[in-house]
Structure formats: C-alpha cells, structure tokens
Design a protein around this ligand. Structure first.
Ligand code: NAP
Length: 250
C-alpha cells in the first residue's frame, strides 16, 4: 500500500485540525478522531476539498473500547495506521488547593491514558509493517506552570512515555517523539483568556511580548514540525522533545 495512514486525535479543531490537513497534503490518508464523529466533519471536508483522503471517527481517547473500535475502523476503511499523533487534550486549570479529583483525573485520562491506549492499539500495525511514527503533544507547561498541576504533570509524563516508547519500538522501525508547544492561538488558549477575564487579542499581545520571536504560535507552526517528524527523512530522530515555542521555552 503506497498511501500511508495517519491517525490524529483531537483533530476537529486547533492544532489537531491543522496537523490533519498538513499530513493529508503530505500524502497521508488521515483518520480525524475527536469526541464526536460529527465534530470532525469540517476537517474531513477541508481535506477532501483539497483532494485528500480522510474519515471522521468519534472516540473518547480515554475509553479503551472506543479506542479499539476506532482503530479497527481506521484499519478497515483506510488501511493499517502507521502514523499516530496523540493530540487530544483538555485543561482543567486551578490552583492546587482548589483542584478537584475530577479535574485531576480528567486531565490524566485524556492526555496520559489516551496516549497510552491509542499508542497500544496502533503499535500492532506499526510493528507489523516494520515502520511507524508516533508524535505526542507535550507542552512548555511540562516545565511547570501556575494553576496547571494536573496538566503540567500529564505533559511531563508524556515526555517519559515518549522516550520509553522510542526505546521499545525503535527495533521495529518506529520512531516516537514529542512536541512541546508554547502559546498557540486556539480555542484552548482562548478559553484560558476567558477564564482570566481577558480579551483574547490583549492576552495574545501580552504573551507575544514575552516570546523571543515576538508573536504567538499558530496551529500550522506545530503541524509543520509534526510533518517533519513523521517523514522518511526523520527516521533517525527518536525519543526527542522538540520545544516549538518561538524561543527556548515560552
Ligand atoms: P483545542 O483547540 O482545545 O482542541 C482539542 C481537541 O481535542 C478538541 O477538538 C477536543 O474535543 C478534543 N478532545 C478533548 N478530549 C478528547 C477526548 N477525550 N477524546 C478525543 N478528543 C478529545 O486544543 P489545542 O490548543 O488545539 O491543543 C491540542 C494539543 O496541544 C493538546 O494536547 C494541548 O494540550 C496541546 N498544547 C496546546 C497548546 C496551546 O497553546 N494551544 C500549548 C501546548 C500544548 P471537544 O471540542 O469535544 O472537547
């Protein structure tokens, strides 16, 4: 099969949608996974409208049965998934003393359990094909961020997960890397601005002033790095965390 198949989670919008579109433009058939199948339709239309191949699938990445069913569907409808981008994410920010167990578990569930389940379900196809690429979305928050004890922990955990999978799957031709974005303009950062009672434009300007390249990131800034990491040419890059933050860190 000449057309490789990529799975992008949380691909209905934001970084995931831009990544799905970029990988489709690179020649991959793309499975657009999000909580609701209907949410991914816009991304699929964007891809098919540009001449690419994509399907939308609904799955909560923290639900083992839903993940297995989605990956089975990908294999049947598109072919063996040998590229996985673990991008689905949520924030439940609060200071430690106000953070609930529900908020802790929700963030761990989507980022850590989700990446674990998706990677476990797809590695079968990658190891069979003796070729694969996994890219995990970490964050500059992994270095510590006030109000994000849950999110920072999950994003740091994904870095350990990345390095371990790189060691385990490398002998099968599978590379595993992480991207740690800084501030990217998406609904996630818009929601943070709203939570802080700030206008999103003002919030972005304030963030840009602190970033060495003096702008905030766009989803395409991340999609371009994913595109490189899943390419043939990146086959000797594995177990790395690439900070894409307009500077050494945001
Ligand atoms: P976003 O705009 O909030 O999009 C996240 C997508 O993930 C949404 O479509 C969401 O669906 C989906 N999702 C949430 N929980 C899910 C689940 N359990 N199963 C399947 N899909 C799920 O976020 P983004 O800003 O593009 O961020 C993408 C990734 O980059 C995340 O992992 C995030 O932590 C990371 N990141 C973002 C930034 C940033 O500045 N934006 C910085 C560093 C890292 P619903 O709409 O239905 O909730």
């Amino acid at each position: 099969m000449s057309e490789k198949v990529a799975v992008v989670t949380g691909a209905a919008r934001g970084i995931g949608a831009a990544t799905a579109a970029k990988l489709a433009a690179d020649g991959f058939a793309v499975a657009v996974v999000d909580l609701e199948e209907s949410a991914g339709k816009g991304t699929v239309e964007r891809i098919t409208g540009a001449g690419g191949r994509a399907v939308a699938l609904g799955a909560d990445v923290s639900d083992a049965a839903a993940v297995q069913a989605a990956v089975d569907r990908v294999a049947t409808e598109l072919g063996p998934p040998t590229v996985l981008v673990n991008n689905a994410g949520v924030t439940r920010d609060n200071l430690l003393f106000k953070m609930t167990e529900v908020d802790w578990d929700a963030v761990m569930g989507v980022h850590l359990r989700g990446a674990f389940l998706m990677s476990k379900a797809t590695q079968k196809y990658m190891t069979e094909q003796k070729w694969g690429r996994i890219v995990n979305l970490s964050s500059t928050s992994a270095l510590g961020n006030r109000g994000q004890a849950n999110y920072a922990t999950a994003k740091a955990g994904l870095q350990g997960f990345t390095k371990t999978l790189a060691i385990e799957l490398g002998p099968f031709g599978v590379t595993v890397n992480a991207i740690a974005p800084g501030f990217i303009a998406t609904e996630m950062t818009a929601a943070t601005a709203a939570r802080l009672g700030m206008d999103f434009d003002t919030f972005q300007q304030a963030a840009a002033a602190e970033i060495p390249v003096r702008r905030v990131g766009q989803p395409e800034d991340i999609a371009n790095v994913v595109s490189f990491l899943v390419s043939e040419g990146a086959g000797f890059v594995s177990g790395q965390v690439i900070y894409v933050a307009g500077g050494p860190r945001a």
